[in-house]
Write a protein that binds this ligand. Structure first.
Ligand code: ARG
Ligand code: GLU
Length: 684
C-alpha cells in the first residue's frame, strides 16, 4: 500500500515497475517471457531461442575473444562481430606494408583468410540450474568434470542473484579463427572517441571472421588441413530493414550490471568512485591528446590506449549524470524504507539492511584504495613494466634476454617516454593527495619529502631509470633500478588490494553474503517486480523495439541514420572523420544500387539504428534479431544518456545502438568487393 503511494509520488520512472524492455533474461528460462515477447510481435517459440536437444538460435551466437559477442551467418562458419571487437586482431596482423587498420582487409578467397594467433570463439553447448545438485552435496569439480565430454569443452558454474542460484555453463571453444574482412578504420571506427557513446551515430562498426574446425567439425589448433566449421544454426539475414516500432531481440553476453544494489552502493559509485576515476583519466587523456596532436606517430602508437582509457571515462560521466537525473539513490532509499517496514516483523530479514550498510562501511575504504591505486599508480606504464620485470626476476634464477624482450615488446612497443613521464608526475601526486595518510607507503612519503614533491620524484625516477634504454639487464641492474625500487614500495598495497579484487563493490564477499538473503527477501516482498539476474558475461536475451527517444525538451532523436550523415561529418582534415575517397565518389554518383532507400524525395543508404533493448558492455557484436529471428543489425554501443542502465534502466531514454545490416552488406559489396561473401550468406 505504502509502495503504491510512493510510486505515485516519484512519478512514472520508478524502478520498482518492470517495463517490457528492461531485463537480460536467461535463455533457458525464456519460456517465462515468451508470452510477453509474442505480445510485442515476436513470431518464434521459446525453444527456437534456446534448446538443449535441438538446434536453436543459441547455436548461432558465440563469445568472441575475451569480452564480446559474435554470430554465425553462413553454414560455413562465417562470423560477424564489431570492428572494435576485432580491432586488436586486425592490429596484430597489420604491418607497415599491410596496414589493415587504415586500409581495411578483404580476403578474396579462403586461402587469403588470415589466422589470428590466440583468438578464441566459444559456443554455449548447454546451461543448467545446478543449485539443487550443489545443495545436495555434489562438488563443483564433480559437476564440471561430468560435463567435459567433447573436444574443446570447458565449463563453469556461475552465481546468479548473489549466490541464490548457480548455473552450469558448458562451452565448446574454437581456436582456429581467421580474419575474413574488415572495413578501413575510417568506416569501422568512424567518429572515433568523439562519437563514441553518441547518437546520431555513423560508425560501420563490424568485422568478419571465420571459425575453422578439424575434419570431425571439432575444435583444433590452427592447421592448413582444417576446414570451415559447420554450425548447427546460423542467422538468416533480412535486408528488408527496420521501422520504428519493430520488435528486436539481442542475443549475447552482457558483462556486468548491478540492478539490485542499495542506495549506499549507488552513492559510492555516483559520488566517490566515478568522480575519482573520471578526474584521473581526464588528466591522462589530456596529456595523451596533446602529444597526439603534435605527432602522427604518437597518434597511431597511442590510438588503442586512448580509446581504452576514453571509453570507460566517457561511460562513467554519463552514468553518474544519469544516476543523478534519475534520483536513483534517493528512490532506492525510499524503497529500502518500505522494505525495512515489511521486514521488521520477520526475524530472518529484519536486520538485513543494517548488516549490508555496516559491511559497506567496513569495505568501502579498502575498495576505494584499490580503485585509486589502479587508476593512478597503475596508470603509469613504466610502473607495470617495472613490476613485471621485477616479478620475473624474483621468480627465476636467471632472466634470459629473450624473456626480457617479450616483456619489453608488450610494454614498450608503442611507448612514449614523455607522455608517461608527464602522467607519472600527476599520478603520484594524485595518489598521495587522495589516499588516507596511513595507507601511503612510507618509502614513498620519504622519497617525496627528500626530492621536494611528487613531481620532482617523478623527474628523478625518469632521469635515473635504465629500464627503457638498456637491454638486456642483469638481475642486479633490475633490482637496483630506481623505478623498480619505486614499484616495490607498493607491494604491500597490492597484496592488500587483492582482498578487494571482485567484479564490483557489492561482490566483495563480506558484502555479498548479505545480498544473498536480501535478494531472497526482495523476491518475496516485491511481487510486481520482474527479477532477472545481473549480467555476468553469461548468455542473455534482451527484447524491445526499434525506437527513437526525446533527448532533450523538444529534441527528438529519430531511430535511423544514413549515409547523408556520414558525408555531413566527412572532413579530410580530421583523422576520425576522413572517409575513403571511394565512398565520396559513390555518394556523389548516388550509386547505391540495391542498397538505396528512399529519403526526403531522394536516395540514401541506412547506417545505424536505435532500439530499446537492455544491453551492456560485452553485448558488443551481438546479433540484433527481428520478429522472425532474422539478423537486422549488429549491436555496438549505447547512447551516452543510457549508460546508467547498468544500475537503473530508464525505458524513456535507454537505447542501444546497432549498425544496420544493410550498411554492413553495402560496405562489403561496394567498398570491399567481397560480393562472394554475400552469396555465401544467401543474399541474392
Ligand atoms: N562504447 C563502445 C563500447 O563500450 C564502443 C567502444 C569502442 N569505440 C571507441 N571509439 N573507443 O565498447
Ligand atoms: N561497446 C560496448 C561493448 O564493447 C557495448 C556498449 C555498451 O556498454 O552497451 O561491449
Amino acid at each position: 500500500m505504502l509502495r503504491k503511494l510512493f510510486i505515485g509520488a516519484i512519478a512514472l520512472l520508478s524502478f520498482t515497475t518492470a517495463t517490457a524492455d528492461e531485463g537480460m533474461w536467461l535463455p533457458s528460462l525464456i519460456k517465462e517471457r515468451i508470452k510477453e515477447m509474442r505480445k510485442q510481435g515476436f513470431k518464434l517459440k521459446a525453444d527456437d531461442i534456446y534448446s538443449d536437444s535441438k538446434a536453436s538460435l543459441k547455436d548461432a551466437v558465440v563469445q568472441f575473444g575475451g569480452g564480446c559477442t559474435g554470430e554465425f551467418v553462413s553454414p560455413e562458419g562465417l562470423l560477424l562481430t564489431n570492428h572494435h571487437c576485432g580491432y586488436s586482431s586486425i592490429q596484430k596482423l597489420s604491418s607497415v606494408e599491410h596496414d589493415y587498420l587504415t586500409d581495411g582487409f578483404w580476403a578474396m578467397s579462403r586461402e587469403e583468410e588470415l589466422p589470428v594467433p590466440g583468438l578464441k570463439v566459444s559456443l554455449l553447448v548447454k546451461m543448467e540450474d545446478v543449485t539443487g545438485r550443489l545443495a545436495a552435496g555434489e562438488s563443483r569439480d564433480d559437476i564440471i568434470g561430468k560435463e567435459i565430454k567433447g573436444k574443446g569443452y570447458r565449463a563453469s558454474i556461475e552465481s546468479m542473484y548473489y549466490g541464490n542460484q548457480y548455473y552450469l555453463f558448458v562451452y565448446c571453444t574454437f581456436r582456429d579463427v581467421r580474419l575474413v574482412g574488415a572495413p578501413p578504420s575510417s568506416i569501422g571506427k568512424f567518429g572515433g572517441d568523439t562519437d563514441n557513446w553518441i547518437w546520431p551515430r555513423h560508425t560501420g562498426d563490424f568485422s568478419v571472421f571465420r571459425v575453422y574446425a578439424d575434419a570431425n567439425n571439432e575444435p583444433a589448433d590452427y592447421s592448413k588441413e582444417n576446414v570451415p566449421y559447420r554450425p548447427k544454426r546460423y542467422f538468416k539475414i533480412s535486408t528488408k530493414g527496420v521501422n520504428e516500432g519493430d520488435f528486436t531481440m539481442i542475443y549475447g553476453f552482457p558483462g556486468n550490471t548491478q540492478e539490485y544494489i542499495t542506495s549506499k552502493a549507488v552513492d559510492y559509485i555516483e559520488k566517490v568512485s566515478n568522480p575519482m576515476k573520471i578526474a584521473l583519466r581526464t588528466i591522462r587523456l589530456d596529456i595523451i591528446r596533446e602529444a597526439q596532436a603534435k605527432s602522427v606517430a604518437t597518434r597511431i602508437a597511442y590510438a588503442a590506449k586512448h580509446a581504452g582509457i576514453a571509453n570507460s571515462w566517457k561511460k562513467w560521466e554519463g552514468e553518474s549524470l544519469g544516476l543523478k537525473n534519475l534520483n536513483t539513490a534517493e528512490k532506492k532509499t525510499e524503497y529500502e524504507k518500505e522494505f525495512a517496514e515489511w521486514a521488521a516483523g520477520k526475524p530472518e530479514y529484519a536486520r538485513l539492511l543494517d548488516s549490508i550498510n555496516a559491511s559497506y562501511e567496513r569495505v568501502i575504504p579498502g575498495y576505494f584504495m584499490r580503485e585509486l591505486f589502479n587508476e593512478s599508480i597503475a596508470g603509469i606504464e613504466l610502473f607495470s613494466f617495472a613490476s613485471q620485470l621485477y616479478n620475473k626476476a624474483l621468480s627465476q634464477s636467471k632472466l634470459p634476454a629473450d624473456e626480457q624482450a617479450g616483456i619489453r615488446k608488450r610494454y614498450l612497443k608503442d611507448y612514449n617516454r614523455e607522455i608517461d613521464h608527464a602522467i607519472a608526475r600527476h599520478m603520484i601526486r594524485e595518489f598521495v593527495e587522495r589516499m588516507p595518510k596511513e595507507n601511503i607507503p612510507q618509502q614513498l612519503t620519504a622519497a617525496i619529502e627528500k626530492h621536494g614533491g611528487a613531481e620532482a620524484l617523478a623527474d628523478e625516477l625518469f632521469a635515473k631509470t635504465q629500464l627503457i634504454d638498456k637491454y638486456p639487464l642483469t638481475k642486479e641492474e633490475i633490482y637496483a633500478d630506481p623505478f623498480v625500487q619505486f614499484a616495490s614500495w607498493f607491494a604491500p598495497c597490492m597484496i592488500q588490494n587483492q582482498k578487494y579484487a571482485y567484479r564490483n563493490l557489492s561482490n566483495v564477499p563480506e558484502v555479498e553474503k548479505w545480498y544473498k538473503a536480501y535478494m531472497q527477501a526482495l523476491r518475496e516482498w516485491d511481487k510486481e517486480r520482474a527479477f532477472y539476474p545481473d549480467a555476468n558475461f553469461t548468455l542473455r536475451v534482451a527484447y524491445g523495439a526499434v525506437t527513437g527517444y526525446e533527448n532533450a525538451d523538444g529534441e527528438y532523436h529519430t531511430h535511423l541514420t544514413t549515409l547523408d550523415g556520414v558525408l555531413a561529418k566527412d572532413n579530410p582534415e580530421i583523422y576520425d572523420y576522413n572517409i575513403p575517397q571511394e565512398l565520396r565518389d559513390i555518394y556523389d554518383r548516388k550509386d547505391y544500387g540495391r542498397w538505396a532507400i528512399e529519403k526526403n524525395d531522394g536516395k540514401s543508404v541506412p547506417v545505424c539504428f536505435l532500439a530499446s533493448n537492455h544491453t551492456s558492455g560485452g553485448n558488443s557484436g551481438s546479433p540484433v534479431i527481428n520478429s522472425k529471428g532474422e539478423l537486422v543489425g549488429i549491436n555496438f554501443d549505447r547512447t551516452w544518456r543510457s549508460t546508467m542502465s547498468d544500475i537503473e534502466f530508464d525505458p524513456a531514454i535507454c537505447r542501444n545502438i546497432s549498425v544496420d545490416i544493410r550498411f554492413v552488406l553495402f560496405v562489403m559489396d561496394r567498398l570491399g568487393g567481397a560480393g562472394y561473401l554475400l552469396e555465401e550468406m544467401g543474399i541474392k
